[in-house]
Design a protein around this ligand. Structure first.
Ligand code: 1GP
Length: 237
């Protein structure tokens, strides 16, 4: 459990982590090479690869390009077994705890077993909570589930805590890629204060100032996708 242990250790030392998300659906192989070169110049500590709707066709190739360019741990977070790649270092094995769709709570997981049992991927059980980001996101559309309302802090907390009690190793508060509104600082603060496992926050975070606010509220790892896609100098500003 090297990747997970490092995340836990960073939390203990209050070292904040940053993942850059690459969505295989939006990035060609050629673009991926250029993007990887930019990632090594950024403060990223992890690379996440995932998207809600892609078919997984060029995923292995894309990840091997990232691997040749950067030494950062590469984690996939697939929404479907076809989006698993053995080229990655680990997998956030997500249960969409905010939703009530059995496919995303257990069925895709069962269908992933044959692939995962033969792989060397570090499997990190992760409770995934979709929070209302102000517009319908791909996760919502694909999973056919409703997000938790931003003002329902208590439900987000209880869902995250239930995930912890179920043995999840991480909690991921997700407003959805390109969200109008990131997860509220109040919700991050309340969830972070009341769980013991590391907290990931992503979706709609578009400035260095917001990253800092999200860290200050208690996130251990922040995920940045769209902002870096749109401007690879984002972290140099
Ligand atoms: C998606 O949280 C990530 O899982 C990234 O979202 O593209 O809005 O940064 P953005």
């Amino acid at each position: 459990m090297a990747i997970y242990q490092d995340i836990v250790q960073a939390k203990k030392e209050n070292k904040k982590l940053l993942a850059i998300l690459i969505d295989p659906e939006k990035v060609t192989i050629k673009e991926c090479f250029d993007l990887s070169k930019k990632i090594i110049k950024s403060p990223a500590t992890h690379v996440f690869v995932g998207g809600s709707t892609f078919s997984g066709a060029h995923l292995d190739e894309l990840i091997s390009i990232i691997k040749t360019t950067t030494k950062l741990p590469i984690l996939i977070f697939p929404g479907h077994p076809s989006q698993i790649s053995n080229e990655a270092d680990g997998i956030l094995f997500l249960s969409l705890l905010s939703g009530r769709n059995p496919e995303y709570l257990i069925e895709h997981h069962i269908n992933s077993v044959d692939i995962l049992a033969k792989s060397n991927l570090e499997i990190i059980p992760t409770g995934y909570l979709l929070i209302d980001g102000g517009k319908e996101t791909a996760v919502q559309r694909v999973s056919q589930t409703l997000p938790i309302e931003q003002d329902n802090v208590d439900l987000a907390y209880k869902t995250a805590k239930a995930g912890e009690f179920l043995g999840k190793k991480l909690i991921y508060l997700e407003a959805g890629s390109g969200a109008n509104q990131h997860v509220s600082l109040e919700m991050i603060r309340y969830v972070a204060q009341n769980i013991k496992i590391p907290l990931i926050v992503g979706g709609g975070i578009r400035s260095m100032k917001t990253i800092q606010e999200v860290y200050n509220a208690g996130a251990d790892l922040v995920v940045i996708g769209t902002a870096f896609e749109n401007d690879t100098n984002f972290f140099n500003l």
